[in-house]
Design a protein around this ligand. Structure first.
Ligand SMILES: NC(=O)c1ccc[n+]([C@@H]2O[C@H](COP(=O)([O-])OP(=O)(O)OC[C@H]3O[C@@H](n4cnc5c(N)ncnc54)[C@H](OP(=O)(O)O)[C@@H]3O)[C@@H](O)[C@H]2O)c1
Length: 331
């Protein structure tokens, strides 16, 4: 199989690229080459996807069994891909997001038929608009889409809700014995998936005859409370987390930028029914428990201090929210 990834060296896609090579896929990665990630055996196409002329020239006359765009976020980017790959690929995989699923949910278990509706987060609404554009292209002209909706999938990011992801601020606070914020009572349930587990389901969809026109969620079956998640992160760096529980509404009143990510995502329970991906890819099984995967992730951060990005503005925001919350606590 000859497969093109747009991206391919990121937080999720690196594990997928590696598994493709292991499985003997002829893999091409189109990216700008800014990351120090080596995928031995993959062929590189250097281009900035936002530069059309450069991309067209870099892609040349190639035809593909599968194209996966890891970094399409808006309908105009999807339109660009339809133009680039019409008649040139047998399958086009769009990476959407499970945050597109109905928020707040009217039913607790998410399946692929859960409505797509997120009034709180523009990122999710854009992914929904991309999916609609692709559904249209499939119906009108047979553009061979497959849609994959990952949910909170980690490897080289800090998998928490506040002060993490591409920054290390909350972990740094934990190490220094400072308080950290966990939204709500820390009891709502959330699903976190290691990128290597995601890869096992995802690679099984590449070139899958029955996957055309279908959408899939690929997650672990391990639902954890946010307290368990933060505790596992703290354990992984050998400290105890000093957690302050604060309602999402209170947090968002100080940090409106978190409305989408909290109210529109992590404040809600996220429990997924993975029956569909297991039926299409029978050997898919997530096997990396969070406490094990997060130890690997934290070891990756420990291995190079340059990866440990601590942001002063996040620290100040967390201090401000905690101070305001504690001042108002009943004596
Ligand atoms: N992780 C999650 O929990 C989660 C949940 C839901 C959805 N998603 C979706 O998953 C996708 C992210 O995948 P990922 O984690 O692998 O991505 P990532 O960590 O953001 O990596 C981005 C990749 O794209 C390349 N790239 C970035 N800008 C580029 C450009 N202008 N031209 C060409 N290449 C470019 C990067 O390489 P260079 O920098 O070298 O170009 C890198 O290979 C997104 O669509 C996101 O919405 C993720």
């Amino acid at each position: 199989m000859k497969v093109l990834f747009i991206g391919g060296t990121g937080n999720i896609s690196t594990s997928v690229s590696k598994l493709c090579i292991e499985r003997g896929i002829d893999l091409y990665l189109l990216n700008r080459g800014t990351r120090k990630v080596e995928i031995a055996g993959a062929k590189t196409i250097r281009a900035d996807i936002s530069d059309s002329a450069q991309t067209v020239s870099a892609l040349g006359q190639h035809k593909w069994d599968v194209v996966v765009d890891w970094i399409a976020f808006t309908p105009d980017q999807v339109d660009r891909d339809i133009t680039l790959f019409r008649g040139k690929t047998n399958q086009y995989v769009f990476i959407s997001s499970a945050s597109a699923y109905q928020k707040p949910p009217t039913y607790p278990i998410v399946t692929e038929s859960t409505p797509l509706y997120n009034p709180y987060w523009e990122y999710s609404r854009n992914k929904i608009a991309c999916e609609e554009r692709l559904d249209h292209a499939y119906r009108e002209e047979g553009f061979p889409i497959t849609i994959v909706r990952p949910s909170f999938t980690y490897d080289t990011v800090v998998p928490i809700a506040i002060g993490g992801w591409s920054e290390y601020t909350a972990v740094d606070r934990m190490k220094k014995g400072k308080k950290i914020i966990v939204h709500g009572d820390g009891t709502s349930l959330w699903t976190i998936t290691h990128a290597e587990d995601f890869a096992k389901g995802f690679v099984g969809l590449l070139g899958h005859l029955r996957a055309t026109g279908h959408a899939f969620t690929i997650t672990s079956d391990e639902a954890l409370t946010w307290d368990q998640i933060y505790k596992a992160v703290a354990d992984a760096v050998g400290v105890e987390a000093k957690i302050v529980h604060i309602s999402s509404d209170f947090i968002v009143s100080f940090a409106p930028d978190l409305l989408g990510s909290l109210t529109g995502d992590k404040s809600q329970c996220a429990i997924f029914d993975n029956s569909k991906i297991k039926s299409f890819v029978p050997d898919f099984k997530a096997t990396i428990p969070f406490n094990e995967g997060v130890r690997r992730t934290m070891a990756w951060f420990e291995a190079d201090p340059k990866r440990q990005i601590v942001k002063q503005e996040t620290n100040e925001l967390m201090d401000r929210i905690i101070r305001a919350y504690e001042q108002n606590l009943p004596k």
